[in-house]
Design a protein around this ligand. Structure first.
Ligand SMILES: COc1nc(N)nc2c1ncn2[C@H]1C[C@H](O)[C@@H](COP(=O)(O)OP(=O)(O)OP(=O)(O)O)O1
Length: 163
């Protein structure tokens, strides 16, 4: 099946995570990490850094960006699989500000607004926040209903170029 590669970056502080409220496009009106499509002639890590800066104003250096997950999303009726590469960083430069795409806000870990996020997030965020690496697959019907999923903790990411 055809794949589209995307990035998703979660910036963390002790006991807090930075989310952005998406103002437009895919996943609009949901809180999420910062990310988007990997462009031609760009590595996944470069795309993660570029999208984070474009959407939040924050700058992260490649060495401080840790890959923690790869999730494949399939939507019923859509042949394209979204392969989302999830990263975290606790080290960044700048202060987050509202951009054309996102309104950033820090959330205490106990206040993460899962009811206003993609339905998959409440399943894998606990892994990310406890420092685990994971690979997953979610089949969605529409944008709200998960028909099927698989989520595994991994030591390394298999069969995929992660740089
Ligand atoms: C379906 O479940 C999802 N859950 C979560 N948490 N995040 C998801 C899901 N599906 C996609 N995403 C992420 C991956 C990306 O970070 C964004 C979507 O990026 P977008 O389509 O907005 O990409 P851009 O390159 O910014 O697009 P435009 O420049 O065309 O606006 O959501």
């Amino acid at each position: 099946m055809p794949h589209k590669t995307l990035t998703l970056v979660l910036i963390t502080k002790p006991n807090e995570v930075l989310l952005g409220y998406k103002k437009r496009g895919f996943g609009s009106y949901k809180w999420n990490g910062f990310g988007g499509k990997v462009e031609e002639n760009e590595s996944i890590r470069e795309a993660a850094i570029r999208e984070l800066k474009e959407e939040s104003g924050l700058v992260v250096s490649p060495n401080n960006l840790e890959q923690v997950g790869i999730i494949n999303f399939e939507f019923v009726g859509d042949p394209i699989i979204l392969e989302v590469h999830v990263f975290t960083s606790a080290i960044y430069d700048g202060q987050p500000f509202e951009t054309e795409e996102m309104i950033p806000k820090w959330f205490k870990l106990q206040d993460i607004p899962f009811h206003e996020m993609w339905a998959d997030d409440r399943l894998w965020f606990p892994l990310l926040l406890s420092g685990k690496k994971f690979q997953g697959y979610f089949l969605f019907q529409g944008h709200d209903v998960i028909l099927k999923h698989a989520l595994n903790i991994v030591e390394n990411f298999c069969n995929l170029a992660t740089e």
